[in-house]
Design a binder for this molecule. Structure first.
Ligand SMILES: C[S@@+](CC[C@H](N)C(=O)[O-])C[C@H]1O[C@@H](n2cnc3c(N)ncnc32)[C@H](O)[C@@H]1O
Length: 310
């Protein structure tokens, strides 16, 4: 698959858009940044090696694989810790991670990445104009609640494995309006700050989606296939089954993590190792792949748009 440079991709994202979106979560340039970046990278490398050693020989043995129980434990602990309050451009980031943007090094927090991915979704939906959308592996639903506010006429649905993520989303829906920090976190202005209350959130497994064939115009996933290496084929088949037109994934496809520390990181965590070229096997024909946006040092993603084969 040919990668399309961001400047030529129909997402219409400029360098300025990206910088503006991530700015509250990127450390302002200062002397000593290069040393800080190197120090964090060194520390992270040690952690990656430790984790990989625990999983040697890298997921080939059944008890070393990232099974569903491990995913549930990890995210059941994570989502209550993060909560919706953390998505706040007014709060200085508690910690920075090493990022790349081409040759450039950045220190940025994970929330900057969430906000950038949200902007990509907004731009994609502006172009595709779907009437119904499903997010697979939606966590506590940050992308859906903001997209619903931006596109109140679209029917949004989300499926999440953990009760922790699902329950947090449902608890937010008890409120009459989106909290102010989430309105501010949205990278583009919202039209209806109560539309999130209409999202259909379900607890379920991507490997067996509770929807009929061709139910949605667009199915998307953001760093969720990442967690589904052990159900990869079933999850991709399900995504292809329930979409009528498009699949969009911002995921760590093997195409962008095939060597160096990235490959070691993916193997050590037993993360998704699917290739873009696997999609046609499931009836999804890739139309666009793009990856030259800011990326975390140890795990790259690419944004892939695929069309369901007629
Ligand atoms: C890295 S988080 C991303 C969450 C969300 N997409 C976001 O960008 O904020 C991955 C999510 O996928 C969920 N997940 C993992 N395996 C799943 C499965 N088989 N079915 C549904 N959700 C799953 C996890 O519970 C977790 O909430």
């Amino acid at each position: 698959m040919q990668f399309t440079p961001l400047s030529e991709a129909p997402l219409g994202l400029s360098r300025e858009d990206i910088m503006r979106t991530m700015a509250p979560f990127v450390k302002p340039r200062a002397e000593g940044d290069a040393a800080e970046w190197d120090a964090i990278v060194r520390k992270r490398k040690k952690g990656i090696v430790r984790r990989a050693l625990r999983r040697l020989p890298l997921g080939w043995l059944p008890w070393q694989q990232r099974r569903i129980g491990e995913v549930i434990d990890e995210y059941s602990a994570l989502w209550p810790r993060i909560g919706f309050d953390s998505y706040d451009p007014g709060k200085p980031p508690a910690r920075y991670q090493p990022w790349h943007w081409g040759e450039e090094r950045l220190l940025a927090s994970d929330f900057g990445g969430v906000r950038l991915r949200q902007l990509m979704l907004v731009r994609l939906i502006e172009r595709l104009k779907p009437a119904s959308v499903l997010e697979v592996g939606c966590g506590l639903g940050i992308h859906l609640v903001l997209l619903a506010g931006r596109f109140p006429q679209i029917a949004f649905h989300g499926v999440e494995l953990t009760a922790a993520g699902h329950d947090a989303a449902r608890a937010l829906q008890e409120r009459s309006q989106l909290p102010q920090n989430l309105v501010a976190f949205a990278p583009t202005p919202l039209e209806d700050t109560a539309a999130f209350r209409r999202i259909d959130f379900r607890q379920g497994n991507a490997a067996s989606l509770p929807f009929c064939d061709g139910r949605f115009d667009l199915v998307y996933s953001v760093l969720a296939l990442e967690q589904m290496e052990r159900v990869r084929e079933r999850a991709l088949a399900e995504v292809a089954r329930v979409t009528r037109r498009h699949f969009f994934g911002i995921e760590p496809f093997r195409d962008v993590n095939d060597s160096g520390w990235e490959r070691f990181y993916v193997l050590g965590r037993d993360y998704f190792r699917g290739r873009i070229a696997d999609l046609p096997r499931h009836g999804l024909v890739p139309m666009l792949a793009c990856g030259d946006y800011p990326q975390e040092r140890f795990l790259k993603t690419c944004a892939v748009l695929a069309e369901k084969r007629a």
